[in-house]
Design a protein around this ligand. Structure first.
Ligand SMILES: Nc1ncnc2c1ncn2[C@@H]1O[C@H](COP(=O)(O)OP(=O)(O)O)[C@@H](O)[C@H]1O
Ligand SMILES: Cc1cn([C@H]2C[C@H](O)[C@@H](COP(=O)(O)OP(=O)(O)O)O2)c(=O)[nH]c1=O
Length: 815
């Protein structure tokens, strides 16, 4: 199962496209996607142009309305898609739907009216509701099963890749018609730029119409479907239970848009209605029902996967762009090998996605753990932000004086950025832990949005929006990867379906609400002495989106960052230079410390000194030089500090003074005992180290963890143990073992000791690779056996020749 080949890798694409019928379908799909995106851009732009002189609020309504007619049908009318799907000959459906869209788009500039624009845009989407399932079914029919996953990926890439292309075409057409208008005498001249807004968008609508006509033609030229009996038994049907090839394809992670391990790219794990999915049910695969709204070409892979829907599309971007086919609510998977007649005669049932039900049911199971809740919150917050960008883009560029070409540029920037982000996501900063990358990419998207909102300049806006798109793409890819790793198969499918449903709903709301909000806020000129700052309503919307995503990134960071052994800034600093965070081993090797450092931690009476003694006997028997030591008080200075620290006279000592005294003891301990021993290659076993301060003074006395870490890093010259053994015991049992009189620390309250215990356990959970937790209530022998098992792999191989002689020459100073 390859993990490396990028999406639509040339070889993969060539492999699929070598099939002539598929090539024709692909041409049709490309043209249709191009027309779809072009249509969206043109509708929004024309809505703005037709209301150029109107009140800003009216203009915002027009823009929002144009977006709504494109986005709402797939979300709201999925039952209608069910009615239309697979009722008619698929080839005819494709050609007729494209021809209808062509005529509708051509009629819009001819009518030149806002009301017809909205009606025709809406009708075009209804045609698209029939087009998508027919296309998916055709895809399944035309492509051999083993290539279906590739075909799906290529299809996805084509649909989303068409967005920046369409935006570029739109920008070029707008510029050209502006130029023509400016050059043709008597047409108003370049001075009144607004006069050209309508003709500019008209050009794009004609282009969209022409592209759809071409798409209809190429669909019409597709080969006639084969006949197949509707009642073919599942085993005989090509779309039976997932064959090895299908499963393998499904598990590939070959696409830059691919988001999950173990799932086909962007899709295939999710199902819109998970409850109806029958894993391994051949009939389900055959009967080909499901919608994958954001995944236009999901069919084959889905069939291969024997799952229902491809929900895992790069939702935010395409739909943020109001994703034409992308956001369409129907992607019935193909009944591979089944023909249209079979479909029409009831061989397939196309069951629509019930968005509301998915949303409602999802609430019950999504977010079972803080990590998953954090991931979902993070991912869900970038959707509306990117949608808001798309929603205000046309009005924003108008305020920046950039017109339609600028709109095309902004749109292309956000999509190209998102595509690049998704492609680069799995590779980017690969030394940064993925949960941290998720939060960092969200913060980056937020900062880019803030820049776009604050600086009213077209170039800045284009760059910032591209960066925001890229960062959102990384967030998406990373989030899906983490969710996939985190969740069990069944819950994963439902969670991703839920995520997709939430995303789509949010996209619709955000893209429609954003321009309205911008209009309500309005534009202001703020004077600073001589200077005036033009505060734009559209900029304010971008600012709000940025602030919300920034807040969400902070929440996400807190929830998902479980293994924060190093501060984020440090890890980021290394990752940006392409370096991994140095491990204990690497750091010590760098300092030529051949020894091994083992620490025993735990509460009072846990048995640390007992185990330290037993381990050192064993290791000496094995022929190693062993230095057994403890904190506080293993040096001359340390003994005095220990006396100060544990004397009951000093009850009430300030927590910081206490932490510093322990750190001072440790600094002396490291410098005069531990480091020299490690330099000689000895095995050092210390009873307590930095984690005691983190548990006692950090969790126990409630001092900030990161501050204690910083002080101790300095005190110990960054020396960390190779392994820490936590002897875990309920405090009352440990204290009971000690009996008799207690020192200042032992005499602390029960709650204090309980906090210390939880502090230790939390530290062990954070860094499981460096910790071994042992139940200290077991017998001393059993505990020693457990610890020996963990220590053995750490031991240096050849026993130093002079080990025997040295052993025992470093007596640990005991009281
Ligand atoms: N696994 C064990 N089970 C029962 N008693 C133990 C165990 N380990 C140690 N002890 C006893 O508990 C007391 C405290 O042990 P010690 O090793 O000094 O703990 P610590 O160093 O963690 O304070 C000693 O009397 C010791 O004999
Ligand atoms: C090393 C260290 C110890 N302590 C406390 C824990 C113990 O109560 C005490 C050390 O006393 P000690 O008698 O060595 O305890 P134990 O035998 O349980 O190890 O100091 C801290 O509070 N912070 C620290 O950093």
């Amino acid at each position: 199962m390859s993990r490396s080949a990028p999406l639509g890798a040339p070889g993969e694409a060539r492999g699929v496209l070598s099939s002539k019928p598929f090539r024709r379908l692909w041409v049709s799909l490309s043209l249709s996607s191009l027309g779809d995106w072009l249509g969206l851009l043109a509708l929004v732009a024309l809505a703005a142009a037709l209301t150029a002189d109107a009140d800003p609020l009216v203009r915002a309504y027009a823009v929002a309305g144009a977006a709504a007619v494109k986005l709402a049908p797939p979300v709201l009318l999925s039952p209608l898609a069910a009615l239309l799907a697979d009722r008619f000959d698929r080839r005819l459906t494709l050609a007729a739907a494209d021809a209808a869209r062509a005529l509708l788009y051509l009629s819009i500039p001819i009518a030149g009216r806002l009301d017809w624009l909205l009606i025709a845009g809406f009708l075009a989407e209804i045609a698209a509701l029939a087009w998508t399932p027919a296309k998916d079914a055709m895809l399944g029919e035309l492509v051999p099963k083993r290539k279906q996953a590739h075909a799906t990926r290529l299809g996805l890439l084509t649909v989303y890749g068409a967005a920046p292309v369409a935006a570029a075409v739109f920008a070029v057409l707008a510029s050209l018609s502006w130029l023509v208008g400016a050059l043709v005498p008597g047409s108003g001249g370049a001075a009144s730029a607004d006069a050209f807004l309508v003709p500019q968008t008209d050009a794009s609508l004609y282009a969209a119409g022409a592209v759809f006509l071409a798409s209809a033609l190429s669909a019409w030229l597709l080969p006639k479907p084969r006949r197949a009996a509707p009642e073919t038994p599942p085993t005989a049907a090509p779309a039976g239970p997932p064959a090895a090839a299908g499963a393998a394809a499904d598990n590939e992670r070959t696409s830059p848009l691919a988001t999950t391990e173990g799932t086909a790219p962007l899709a295939t794990t999710g199902t819109t209605d998970p409850l109806q999915t029958t894993e391994g049910d051949a009939d389900a695969a055959r009967s080909n029902e499901r919608t994958a709204p954001l995944t236009p070409a999901t069919g084959p892979a889905v069939a291969a996967d024997n799952e229902a829907t491809a929900q895992l599309s790069p939702a935010p971007e395409p739909a943020a762009g109001a994703g034409p086919s992308a956001a369409r609510g129907a992607s019935a998977q193909p009944a591979t090998g089944q023909s249209a007649p079979a479909a029409a005669s009831g061989g397939h049932r196309y069951r629509p996605e019930n968005l509301l039900r998915t949303l409602w049911q999802g609430r019950r199971f999504a977010g079972t753990t803080p990590l998953v809740r954090g991931l979902l919150a993070g991912m869900v917050s970038v959707f509306p932000a990117v949608a808001a960008v798309a929603g205000v883009a046309r009005l924003h560029v108008a305020s920046l004086g950039a017109g339609n070409a600028g709109f095309g540029v902004l749109f292309a920037a956000v999509f190209a950025g998102a595509g690049l982000g998704m492609a680069a996501g799995p590779r980017i900063l690969h030394h940064l832990s993925r949960p941290r990358l998720l939060a960092v990419s969200m913060a980056a998207a937020a900062l880019a949005l803030l820049a776009a909102g604050l600086i009213p300049n077209m170039v800045v806006a284009a760059v910032a929006v591209a960066l925001a798109g890229a960062a959102a793409g990384i967030t998406w890819v990373t989030g899906v990867t983490l969710l996939t790793q985190e969740l069990e198969e069944d819950i994963r499918t439902r969670t991703l379906g839920y995520l997709n449903a939430v995303a789509r709903t949010q996209l619709l709301v955000a893209m429609v609400a954003a321009p309205l909000l911008a209009a309500v806020i309005g534009d202001y000129a703020v004077a600073f002495g001589e200077l005036t700052y033009g505060f734009l309503g559209t900029g304010a919307v971008l600012l709000i989106a940025g602030v919300l995503v920034l807040a969400a990134s902070a929440v996400t960071y807190r929830r998902v960052d479980a293994r924060g052994e190093a501060p984020l800034s440090k890890e980021l600093f290394f990752a940006l230079r392409g370096l991994p965070l140095p491990t204990v081993e690497a750091k010590q090797e760098e300092r030529s410390l051949p020894g091994t450092f083992i620490v025993l931690e735990g509460g009072e009476g846990a048995g640390k000194s007992t185990q330290a003694g037993r381990l050192s006997v064993w290791l000496r028997d094995e022929g190693f030089e062993v230095v057994t030591t403890r904190e506080p008080g293993s040096t001359k200075l340390g003994m005095r500090l220990r006396a100060l620290l544990l004397d009951r006279e000093h009850t009430g000592m300030s927590a910081r003074a206490e932490a510093l005294l322990y750190a001072a003891d440790r600094a002396e301990h490291v410098a005069s005992v531990i480091l020299p021993a490690l330099q000689r290659g000895a095995i050092v076993i210390s009873d307590r180290y930095v984690d005691s301060t983190l548990a006692y003074q950090g969790t126990g006395r409630e001092l900030p963890r990161d501050e204690i870490e910083r002080v101790n890093e300095w005190a110990t010259e960054d020396l960390a143990p190779h392994l820490t053994v936590l002897l875990d015991i309920p405090p009352e049992q440990g204290l009971a073992r000690l009996g008799g009189s207690t020192d200042r620390m032992e005499g602390e309250s029960e709650e204090f000791h309980a906090r210390v215990r939880s502090g230790f356990r939390e530290l062990a959970e954070r860094d499981p690779s460096r910790y071994v937790v042992v139940d200290a209530r077991e017998s001393a022998e059993e505990i020693t056996r457990d610890i020996r098992r963990r220590i053995r792999p750490l031991l240096p191989d050849p026993v130093p020749q002079d080990a025997e002689a040295i052993t025992g020459m470093m007596p640990t100073i005991k009281e």
